[in-house]
Design a protein around this ligand. Structure first.
Ligand code: GLN
Length: 463
């Protein structure tokens, strides 16, 4: 990802990226293309190199921002109608750090509105299509990011992962994706989904590229009090136990696609050949992870989305007349009714229900307790193993439209990805070839908190 060797120029890299974006238009990847700014920045980088100045570790590398990342003077609408017309006044910490290292943002890419979804079909702009089969979904919510990298529009893309939004689209499109430890990278300037679960991460074409991106973006940020003290790259990177686990209950799942299962078994055999001890883990509490996630996450979504009132951000209704209501009530009600997608509304309703005084104990409190048990179960597992290898999703990319009218079927997509978010753990999704139909398959390697760099090293051994 470097151009300082002078074999190419930043301008030619950006031009190639813009050309590729044009060629892949029918995949519906980009929601905004920033041609002029990108070319201007590329010229500035080339000038720096000519003058012998340090252009940065990512000099001239074109990248895409998931459209829920704020970046000054660019639209940051999270693919949601209610945020259209919102132009960001500030830079997210991630965009700022990438820019400082010379990376060049060529535009913003599609997602499920507010990152609610597993297919990018909930976007106000319509779905992004799968990189390998246009009749299938890109995965979600970061579908645009994954396809932009898979189809070579950009070298890397940003993503956010609340319950699998980086890992699942990475695996559906055959690219690498990292969901870092909770708090590794600042969330400042990223549209909040569920704050105790949200993490910032990346899509790229190799574990080495993800490592470089982590090294320039991870670290304490005073604008996000949940960021951890700097740890990336400074911890001991040895895998001390030389032992990797797999989860018995996931392998026995009837929903698990046989080709994904056999890809996982092949990788375990490879690790065994390399001298790793392979451990079968029983983790029965994970059965409750999906239910806990779909209580905790909507509760936090309902709170985070309460700020969209038609006054402070983006879209505002024009429908302010009714005999029985005041214009102010109508402003709130109609802006929210017209501006949110059905899936956003579903989560607001579920979230407010599970938090309501009569049901808090029965739902939210129980889910919070289940979350603690899940964390304990992972801690116990990591007493025996360095890392755990699992599928990302039980199946490869499904057909467009197949699950969109059945929210529960769509939620089941996340059954193997959400436990990682509930426990705040890092995980790396990596490609393991294609199935007989030519669809990419992916696995994830999960580690204890702060083992992000170890996981990337292990991914290199595995991929
Ligand atoms: N698919 C999950 C959901 O719909 C995760 C989304 C995400 O990680 N942003 O909530």
């Amino acid at each position: 990802m470097k151009i300082a060797d002078k074999k190419t120029t930043a301008v030619s890299l950006v031009e190639a990226s813009l050309k590729r974006i044009e060629e892949t238009k029918d995949y519906n990847i980009f929601t905004f293309i920033d041609k002029d700014q990108a070319l201007k920045k590329a010229q500035a980088i080339d000038d720096k190199i000519k003058k012998g100045e340090n252009p940065g570790k990512l000099a001239g590398v074109p990248y895409a921002l998931k459209a829920n990342f704020l970046s000054k003077n660019r639209p940051a609408d999270a693919s949601a109608k209610i945020l259209t017309e919102f132009i960001s006044p500030v830079d997210s910490t991630t965009a700022e750090k990438l820019d400082k290292e010379g990376a060049i943002c060529v535009g913003c890419v599609n997602l499920d509105a507010f990152a609610h979804g597993s297919s990018t079909e909930n976007s106000y702009y319509g779905p992004t299509k799968n990189a390998k089969d246009k009749t299938r979904v890109a995965g979600g919510s970061s579908g645009g990011s994954a396809v932009a990298v898979a189809l070579d529009c950009v070298e890397f893309a940003t993503g956010s992962d609340t319950g699998g939004s980086i890992r699942q689209p990475a695996s559906f499109n055959g690219v690498f994706g990292i969901k870092p430890t909770y708090g590794a990278i600042s969330r400042y300037g990223v549209v909040a989904m569920a704050s105790s679960l949200d993490v910032i991460g990346f899509f790229a074409k190799s574990a080495a590229d993800l490592d470089l991106l982590m090294s320039v973006t991870a670290g304490k940020d005073e604008k996000d009090q949940t960021t951890l003290p700097d740890f990336y790259g400074s911890n001991d990177t040895e895998l001390k136990k030389k032992s990797v686990g797999f989860i018995k209950e996931f392998m026995a799942s009837e929903a698990l696609d046989p080709e994904i299962k056999s890809a996982l078994e092949t990788k375990l055999a490879k690790l065994k050949d390399k001298g790793y001890k392979i451990v079968e883990l029983s983790m029965p509490t994970l059965e409750y992870a999906l239910a806990a996630y779909y209580i905790i996450q909507p509760a936090e979504v309902a709170s985070n989305l309460s700020r969209y009132d038609g006054i402070r951000y983006g879209f505002r209704t024009e429908n302010l007349k009714a005999d029985d209501k005041t214009p102010l009530d109508l402003l709130f009600e109609n802006t929210r009714s017209e501006g949110f997608m059905p899936e956003n509304k579903r989560r607001i309703m579920i979230g407010n229900f599970v938090l309501s005084s009569g049901f808090y104990d029965a739902y939210f409190l129980k889910a919070a307790k289940a979350r603690t048990l899940i964390i304990d179960e992972f801690n116990k597992a990591f007493a025996d193993v360095d890392a755990i290898l699992t599928p990302v999703s039980p199946n490869p990319a499904f057909k467009l439209g197949e699950k969109i009218s059945d929210p529960v079927a769509m939620y089941l997509e996340d059954v193997m990805s959400v436990p990682v978010n509930l426990a705040g753990l890092p995980a790396v999704a990596f490609p393991v070839g294609e199935n007989k139909a030519g669809l990419p398959l992916g696995l994830q390697i999960i580690g204890p908190r702060r083992s992000d760099k170890n996981l990337l090293k292990l991914t290199e051994e595995l991929a």
